[in-house]
Design a protein around this ligand. Structure first.
Ligand code: UDP
Length: 321
């Protein structure tokens, strides 16, 4: 099998049976601090693979698009081939790790809302935090893609948190990677295991890679214990998550907009002399019963053109809330 990519903890191989599929092989290697700290633990690859399979299947069941197809050997997953977007998406519920170091705050402080942060996927630069403005202006990803990834990360956070809560496990933070499939769909890629997330028990004891980062226990035994606990949760009892979408319809420039002209006259009468132009549009709020996927966005786009806007005189934008 041809090796496509060799990462720090995984190998990506070409599936010999399909050009659109890859085989992700989980190794026993664990790294921290951009690979400065590195060690092999027998069985780590197998347990991270098992857990990724379990959680990918769970998330797929909740309507989230992932690259997962099926499990092969004990440490291999068959996945859709996807070009990885070079941005790491971190979601945090509780302050820990680099967030505490950056802002000089105590580990364990609960955030008022889940926080999404973007980091550049580049070990040589030590994966720096990056603003959405810089991502767009450097051409690393488009605004719509960032909005989409943020929304999916928040859904993943909701579904994982709710599942873990059933077993008194606390989801502190996690990192997702996204890839674009051959069909152009953005899907959750990489892995979902304690290698990429922080999980605490009710006494804030780490059940994740912090065991290795801070040399405080048996990594494989803890991953196995947390997985056994996770499997006792009941996915069917996790409520669906709704998604709010705004469709903003505007008249195209050059097309007359009489309500806007009336509003402009009224504003001028009120003394706002510097108003150059006013255009009135429409906003539709659509609440979906499940998380957003690339496919739903495409369907929405077709629906918008057909039902919500007049494609000759109007243009529309979709905003995820
Ligand atoms: N994370 C990861 N890969 C990275 C950076 C972070 O999987 O390259 C995960 C990490 O395990 C944690 C979350 O993302 O669950 C937030 O990590 P943080 O930014 O706090 O960085 P760290 O403490 O790893 O330096």
């Amino acid at each position: 099998m041809d090796l496509i990519h060799e990462g720090k903890a995984k190998r990506v191989l070409q599936d010999p049976d399909s050009p659109e599929r890859v085989i992700i092989e989980f190794t026993d290697t664990v790294t921290a601090g951009d690979g400065d700290k590195k060690e092999d633990f027998t069985g780590k690859g197998t347990i991270a693979c098992e857990m990724s399979k379990y959680l990918f299947k769970y998330l797929e069941g909740k309507g989230i698009d992932t690259h997962f197809v099926k499990k092969l050997e004990e440490n291999q997953l068959l996945c859709k081939k996807a070009e990885i977007i070079p941005i790491e998406v971190v979601c945090r519920n509780i302050a820990a790790g680099s967030f505490c170091r950056r802002y000089g705050i105590e580990k364990g402080i609960e955030l008022t809302q889940p926080l999404i942060e973007f980091f550049v996927k580049d070990d040589k630069l030590h994966d720096p935090l990056i603003t959405t403005g810089a991502i767009i202006k450097l051409g690393l990803a488009e605004r719509e893609d960032l909005d989409f990834m943020r929304s999916v990360a928040l859904s993943v956070n909701y579904f994982l948190e709710e599942l873990f809560k059933q077993r008194n496990l606390i989801l502190v933070d996690f990192k997702l990677e996204f890839g674009r499939t051959e069909k152009g769909h953005i899907v959750v890629a990489d892995e979902i295991s304690p290698d990429i997330m922080r999980i605490w028990d009710s006494k804030a004891t780490s059940l994740d890679k912090d065991i290795f980062r801070e040399d405080k226990g048996d990594l494989v035994a803890t991953y196995t214990q947390v997985f056994e606990e996770m499997k006792k949760a009941k996915p069917d009892e996790v409520e669906p998550r709704t998604e709010s979408i705004q469709v903003i319809v505007e008249t195209k420039s050059g097309i007359k907009n009489p309500p806007g002209e009336v509003a402009k006259k009224a504003l001028t009468r009120l003394g706002f002399a510097d108003v150059e132009e006013v255009r009135m549009g429409k906003v539709f709020k659509i609440v979906l019963r499940k998380p957003i996927t690339s496919e739903i966005l495409t369907q929405l786009s077709i629906m918008n053109v057909k039902l919500l806007s007049n494609p000759i005189s109007e243009k529309h934008k979709v905003r995820l809330e």
